[in-house]
Design a protein around this ligand. Structure first.
Ligand code: CA
Length: 263
């Protein structure tokens, strides 16, 4: 497998700190990518998103075979472990009370992808000119849209648009959405926090993802555009381009090394 990957995060133009965390690691066998968007006062959101990224990446790093029924189960367990650890910390440390985080995780390899998802960060797939949101937001406004009470347009500008209905660490237990599918040559995956997707609508995301630039340039363009439109929240984006599902080019992964771009 040959991937080209880039990741970036930015505080935006309004917030004092960055409560988003990200993880991106890829080699010839598999790629593992996580975006987490924390919440909670006294910088607790930062702690929650970091804990989620650390626990999920630690638990899944040894997962090398992405086919079969085991990877979705491992994904679910990793998110449950993160939930447990964050929730226990909210009980032990009063200043961490109420902290939590979203977590959107993508693992790719052996021609497959598996997603684990909680909250309103998003994972998109651009394939054959169509941009599709693979994850469903666990948010108040998404529930209203699903019930037919709001249009997607009304949801976007709704005063409760940032209220999420599922969160890692808020309760003793949480149910993750776990999805899987097939990888194809040319696939482009985007993982993003709502500081990006709240500022850019899907057609605007698509325009940048179709620009035939390197993933590094795309990440920079996404962050720049979100800031240009107001930068109201922390902005995080990971772009994963599948150059070849098969093939064992010696370089394996080309392009920017994501780790260097962590905030
Ligand atoms: Ca956010």
């Amino acid at each position: 497998m040959q991937l080209s990957v880039a990741a970036g995060t930015d505080v935006g133009r309004i917030r004092a700190g960055n409560e988003d965390s990200l993880f991106a690691d890829a080699d010839q066998e598999r790629g593992l990518f996580i975006v987490a968007d924390g919440m909670g006062g006294h910088a607790a959101g930062e702690v929650a998103s970091e804990m989620a990224v650390q626990i999920v990446s630690r638990d899944l790093t040894s997962l090398r075979n992405i086919s079969g029924t085991i990877p979705p189960e491992r994904m679910r367990e990793a998110l449950m472990a993160a939930n447990r650890a964050i929730y226990e910390r909210t009980l032990q440390e009063p200043d961490k009370q109420g902290m939590g985080t979203t977590a959107s995780c993508l693992i790719v390899g052996q021609g497959r992808w598996v997603i684990g998802h909680i909250g309103d960060s998003r994972i998109y797939l651009l394939r054959n000119g169509t941009l599709r949101q693979l994850t469903t937001d666990h948010s108040y406004v998404q529930e209203q849209v699903d019930a037919g009470f709001l249009t997607p347009e009304q949801a976007r500008y709704h005063p409760y648009s940032n209220v999420i209905t599922r969160c890692v660490g808020a309760n003793a237990a949480v149910v993750a959405d776990v999805l899987s599918g097939e990888l194809q040559d040319g696939d482009l995956y985007l993982l993003a926090s709502d500081g990006l997707t709240g500022m850019l609508e899907d057609p605007q995301l698509k325009k940048i993802l179709e620009s035939r630039q390197t993933p590094g340039r795309m990440v920079d363009a996404l962050i720049t555009e979100a800031n240009r439109r107001g930068g109201l929240d922390n902005i995080t984006a990971i772009v994963v381009q599948v150059l070849a599902v098969q093939g064992t080019d010696r370089a394996g992964t080309t392009g920017e090394q994501a780790a260097a771009r962590h905030a």
